[in-house]
Design a protein. Structure first.
Length: 338
């Protein structure tokens, strides 16, 4: 990997690992609807002009229904649930629970008709990862299990999003798709945000967290991710998503003083190893007849988590044409995503 590749890889490892910390800080001064609105509206305002300049908006119109569904499961639902859950859970715990996306994605891919077999290794990965979730959730729940359930619903949405993107939206330009979905989310949350605005100006650290979430972890992350794919290829580019939970835990402990217990360390090891095994490609049950038929199954195995912080899509050979020439997966944004 080139020096540029390593720099981009390190940047994405951090950029999609810090949203959990930033959400936790932002929760101190604004409501969840205000948080989501601020993040989506600012990011959309930055990305929409680029998409319009590249004439990537009109081509989306025939697929508007699927774009609405995609925005609901990838941004609108997950970002509100995650913001609300972090009012009761630590940022490191939220980051670890979201790391189950490849595990959930493997199950959903199989249930939705993926041609890949559920091999012994993948089955073992599912069991190992679920064991880590059970261990973590069992120690985290105090009084109510709903916050943990909220984060697991977030992970489910992040797993469904790439399935929709790869099967229904794969030929759409990623920049345009991301910008429109963010703008739609902002419109949806505008009324709730207006009704729950803080009565006083939030502390500076809250405002700074919102700004970084929108500008760096959402808008800039999308463009950097496309650059990373162009530099090292989509397969290796996906590897950084396994680093994000470690960054979330490290920042939660170092910045917020969250506890690093043996249970968290063991759960992290189980969830991470289970995710790696569950995301491994298995042999297809039947050979695909065309490249188009094979594309969804390839994405089922490798791209499901990268929705951790936002919109997802397809990486095509047109990547060399620059940002917006292809669809891509963004977590926390543009998948990204938290």
């Amino acid at each position: 990997m080139s020096r540029r590749g390593w720099i981009l890889f390190a940047a994405m490892s951090v950029i999609w690992g810090i949203p959990y910390l930033l959400i936790k800080v932002a929760d101190e001064g604004v409501s969840a609807p205000v948080l989501v609105f601020a993040r989506t509206s600012v990011a959309a305002a930055l990305l929409l002009p680029l998409a319009v300049r590249r004439k990537q908006i009109r081509v989306l119109l025939p697929r508007w229904r699927w774009l609405v569904v995609f925005a609901l499961v990838e941004i609108i639902g997950p970002w509100l649930l995650l913001s609300n859950a972090e009012r009761h859970l630590s940022s490191s715990l939220a980051g670890l629970l979201v790391a189950t996306v490849p595990i959930i994605g493997a199950v959903l891919g199989r249930l939705s008709g993926s041609a890949e077999r559920l091999t012994l290794a993948r089955s073992g990965g599912l069991l190992i990862g679920l064991g880590g979730v059970a261990l973590l959730a069992g120690r985290a729940v105090s009084g109510s299990a709903w916050p943990v359930a909220e984060v697991l619903l977030v992970a489910t949405g992040y797993a469904i999003g790439p399935l929709i993107a790869s099967r229904k939206l794969s030929d759409l330009p990623g920049l345009g798709m991301t910008a429109v979905c963010l703008a739609f989310a902002a419109v949806v949350y505008a009324p709730a945000a207006a009704l729950t605005l803080p009565r006083a100006l939030p502390p500076a650290r809250v405002i700074a967290s919102l700004a970084v979430l929108a500008v760096i972890c959402t808008a800039a992350a999308f463009l950097l991710f496309l650059m990373l794919i162009a530099e090292i290829g989509p397969a290796r580019a996906m590897v950084f998503t396994y680093v994000n939970p470690a960054v979330a835990v490290a920042l939660g402990v170092a910045v917020l003083g969250e506890p690093l217990t043996p249970v968290i360390v063991l759960s992290f090891a189980l969830i991470l190893s289970g995710s790696v095994l569950a995301a491994r490609a298995g042999k297809a049950a039947a050979p695909a007849s065309t490249d188009a038929a094979a594309a969804p199954d390839a994405l089922d195995a490798s791209a499901s988590r990268v929705a951790q912080n936002g919109p997802a899509g397809r990486v095509s050979s047109a990547i060399s044409d620059g940002p917006g020439a292809t669809a891509a997966v963004l977590p926390g944004e543009p998948v990204r995503r938290p």
